[in-house]
Design a binder for this molecule. Sequence first.
Ligand code: S3P
Length: 188
Amino acid sequence: MSLPKRVVLVGPMGAGKSTIGRMLAKELGYRFLDSDRIIEERCGANIPWIFDVEGEDGFRLRETAMLDELSREVNTVLATGGGAVMRQENHPILKRDATVIYLKTSIEQQVERTRKDRNRPLLQNDDPEAVLRKLFSIRDPLYSSLADIIMYTDRKSPRLVVRQLVNRLNPKTPRHKRQIRKEGRNHV
Ligand code: S3P
């Protein structure tokens, strides 16, 4: 079994896509790409500003274009925004040559992890928990149907999630191969 060309992380806000994605990329010897951060870099503006000026529709157009571009890069781990599954046309883009991982997270964890965040426009209101619940009911079936792997992240450290993912993806990652070679040499 060999590693997939690309790993794509999907899941709700607060699932840990960026943190886990960065660590997983390092572990696999892959490049880490974060769709939201690259959109911000290209625009020279943050996501709240883009929502403010162009509306959510404007952001979604940028997101589709960005996903399309990034999904052509191989040996990468791509962290997507929580709403990336909302447009049907993004689905084949997300699946392109990729193993899609759904980081599944309870509403309680999502609330906890996004509590102090000011960079997520959809949660800047009186009842962010209600928004997260509504989004979950719509998006969970989409994340699940796209996913090759569903990984629960509640009550797990990012390190543990990454270790479990590496094992699911391929028990023989570059690091493990190096380790095996080293051990092999020592035994000669
Ligand atoms: C969104 C999630 C955000 C970001 C934007 C919209 C969503 O990304 O793309 O604020 O619709 O769920 P994260 O999931 O990384 O927070």
